[in-house]
Ligand binder design. Structure first.
Ligand code: PMP
Length: 404
């Protein structure tokens, strides 16, 4: 019965790498929340879903019409293999030039299946197994699996939890001879912080000096998935403006709140040194990682997709409503500068317990433990207006319950 060989056959069914990935605690926790909250909401109409950056309203007509138009073939190659399509590259480069005032060219753009693949591609372009990747907590919770899958070593540092700014001295102290990459995410998920140009300039100086000190170039991966989701007329600044050894990862999934339509890119600034060796390396990886190019349909749609975004004003109004009402109840809500999120101190140190007390009232948010910063919770502003209004009594009851 209990034949040990049977067990060993089962364990050997998956590679050590896959088993290791599946057992990352932060990854498991996220999966558990998706599953648990998903099943509790299933079949119910009243749940207020503030968990993930998913839409809770019908897509814009313009978005649907753009995809519809892109579906109509204009030649016999319309659905042939597409790699880095010229028209899409040109449209993306033009739009980046406008946004950042950096002279990107079409050949600087490598089209991918969204931000995930752009980050994975960037990591694998510059880092070898065993190299270290520094990023700040709270992070987007899927950096860790992407880093580990590439055979790299995550090195985590804290941010300043008062200003939500990067802690530059913590980054500097984390640099070792194995450091190869620093990931920076602005506008930041989950804090909503947009890092100011002065901070990015100091980060660039730090990385320049640290690279010289360890005798090896440290690359910066700038995760800019939310660079079009910016509030209050603020101007977004990218690390590419300050540090030429930056690889920029972008996703249209945020700009159009359509994360199921996989399209994004990795971009190299025209000032990137070593681009001659990088270009063939990136193109080769795009194929070898499993043809991580966007579908033909999305490539055809991209020039038009570049012409508009979701209603950012609507997200900002939701932010303002929540800041006003939750603030009045006693929550200390930081005024998010962009992204879909508010990252709020939990009224009790036990953020999971607090999250559960909201979930009992059919209001679903994510606890700070998922972002490796207990004591906070995250709200996604992609919840619709009805959900926001319906959730308010639950937020009030939960904060009252948390007080002795
Ligand atoms: N980076 C950040 C900070 C994100 O929040 C996300 C999506 N949640 C991604 C990258 C990946 O974006 P996509 O799913 O569009 O590839």
């Amino acid at each position: 019965m209990n034949d040990p060989r049977a067990t060993s056959q089962v364990t050997s069914a998956v590679s050590a790498r896959a088993a290791r990935l599946a057992s990352i605690p932060s990854f498991q926790r996220v999966e558990a929340y998706i599953h648990e909250f998903g099943s509790r909401r299933q079949g119910r109409t009243g749940g207020c879903d503030f968990t993930f950056g998913n839409p809770h309203q019908m897509p814009a007509d313009r978005y649907v019409n753009t995809l519809r138009a892109a579906l109509t073939p204009q030649d016999d190659q319309w659905f042939a293999y597409q790699s880095n399509g010229e028209a899409a590259r040109e449209a993306a480069a033009q739009s980046l030039r406008r946004l950042l005032d950096v002279p990107f060219r079409p050949e600087d753009i490598y089209l991918t299946t969204g931000g995930f693949a752009a980050i994975a591609l960037a990591l694998k372009t510059v880092a070898d197994p065993g190299d270290e990747v520094i990023y700040s907590l709270p992070p987007w919770f899927l950096y860790e699996p992407l880093v580990l899958e590439a055979g790299l070593v995550p090195v985590k540092v804290k941010i300043n939890t008062t200003t939500f700014d990067l802690d530059l001295s913590a980054i500097e102290a984390a640099v070792t001879e194995r450091t190869r990459v620093v990931i920076v995410n602005s506008p930041n998920n989950p804090t909503g912080r947009i890092y100011p140009p002065e901070l990015l300039r100091r980060l660039a100086e730090l990385l320049e000096a640290a690279s010289a000190r360890i005798g090896r170039r440290i690359y910066l991966i700038s995760d800019e998935a939310y660079n079009r989701i910016v509030f209050d007329g603020l101007r977004f600044h990218s690390p590419v403006e300050f540090y030429p050894h930056t690889l920029l990862a972008y996703s249209y999934g945020k700009t159009h709140l359509s994360p199921g339509q996989r399209v994004g890119y990795l971009a190299l600034p025209p000032t990137m040194p070593d681009r001659d060796v990088m270009e063939p390396a990136i193109s080769g990886l795009q194929v070898a990682m499993g043809w991580v190019y966007p579908n033909a349909l999305l490539q055809h749609a991209l020039p038009e997709l570049e012409q508009f975004t979701i209603d950012v004003g609507q997200l900002q109004r939701r932010r303002d409503r929540l800041i006003e009402v939750l603030g009045g109840m006693g929550y200390r809500v930081w005024r998010s500068e962009g992204t879909f999120y508010l990252y709020i101190p939990s009224p009790t140190p036990d953020d999971e317990g607090f999250t559960e007390s909201l979930a009992r009232r059919d209001v679903f948010v994510l606890p700070g433990v998922l972002f490796e910063t207990p004591g906070f919770f995250r709200i996604s502003l992609t919840a619709n207006e009805d959900m926001i209004e319906q959730s308010l009594p639950a937020f009030e009851a939960a904060i009252k319950e948390s007080r002795p």
